[in-house]
Ligand binder design. Structure first.
Ligand code: 13P
Length: 257
């Protein structure tokens, strides 16, 4: 059984005070929700304070990136033990914006996943194709290579701890959501990859989120697909009303996986 997981990626948004305000509202409105896992991923500067608010709640806390070394002369970086120390449980790794603007590669993603796992953080590992790659019929080649290289040398036990997020780059922040069928096709491809890598039992356990213009009115249909186990939400996770609706609408299909 796979439990649906809805995570909000706040990207470069919210001061500490704004973050506290937002999660206080979520805490109130999500208090009775047990059918799905809920995670918020504020910027680094708000993590410690948000953790104080979320303590003992049913909302998990994630960071948006991590460096692979534990400590040392790496100005500007934040390590997995540091995140763990302030109560972080999840970390987004390899988001397309990090790949596009900050030189992230499948190789650095691989190192970051290993570092996160070593410290007991749950990686949310992102993959996704560009528009021109989709249009050139290269989606599966691109995703296959991302999966192969990002998960290189990971054991079956390690893979079991990972969450994968499929985020077609052309659907991020564009309002152009992949259709449920388009998303399901790639999610199935990812699960088949996991079957080949570590067998059916492992593949049936790993949760695969969809990301890219997820909204209150498309989440239910997305998670009704056989291999879509939740969502990584950007813009719509920054407002109380839309994120609450996304989480609640995802519960409508939560019993199906
Ligand atoms: P949007 O939901 O704003 O399209 O962003 C998706 C995303 O990048 C989540 O990580």
């Amino acid at each position: 059984m796979r439990k649906i997981i809805i995570a909000g990626n706040w990207k470069l948004n919210k001061t500490s005070l704004e973050a506290i305000d937002l999660v206080n509202g979520f805490k109130r409105d999500f208090v009775d929700i047990t059918e799905v896992d809920i995670v918020v991923c504020p910027p680094f500067t708000a993590l410690a304070e948000v953790h104080e608010v979320l303590n003992e709640s049913n909302i998990g806390l994630g960071a948006q990136d991590v460096y692979w070394e534990d400590s040392g002369a790496f100005t500007g970086e934040v390590s997995a033990p540091m995140l763990k120390d302030i109560g972080v449980q999840y970390v987004i790794i390899g988001h397309s914006e990090r790949r596009q603007f900050f030189g992230e590669t499948n190789q650095t993603v691989n190192k970051k996943i290993k570092a996160a796992l070593k410290s007991g953080l749950i990686p949310i590992a992102c993959v996704g194709e560009l528009l021109q790659e989709r249009e050139a019929n290269k989606t599966f080649v691109v995703i296959g290579k991302q999966l192969e290289e990002s998960f290189a040398e990971l054991t079956k036990e390690e893979m079991a701890k990972i969450i994968i997020a499929y985020e077609p780059v052309w659907a991020i922040g564009t309002g152009k959501t992949a259709t449920p069928a388009q998303a399901q096709e790639v999610h199935k491809f990812i699960r088949d990859f996991l079957v080949k890598l570590h067998g059916k039992e492992l593949a049936a356990r790993v949760r695969i989120q969809y990301g890219g213009s997820v909204k209150p009115d498309n989440i239910a249909e997305l998670v009704s697909q056989g291999d879509i186990d939740g969502a990584l939400v950007g813009g719509a996770s920054l407002q109380h009303e839309s994120f609450v609706k996304i989480v609640k609408n995802s519960c409508l299909n939560s019993a199906k996986k």
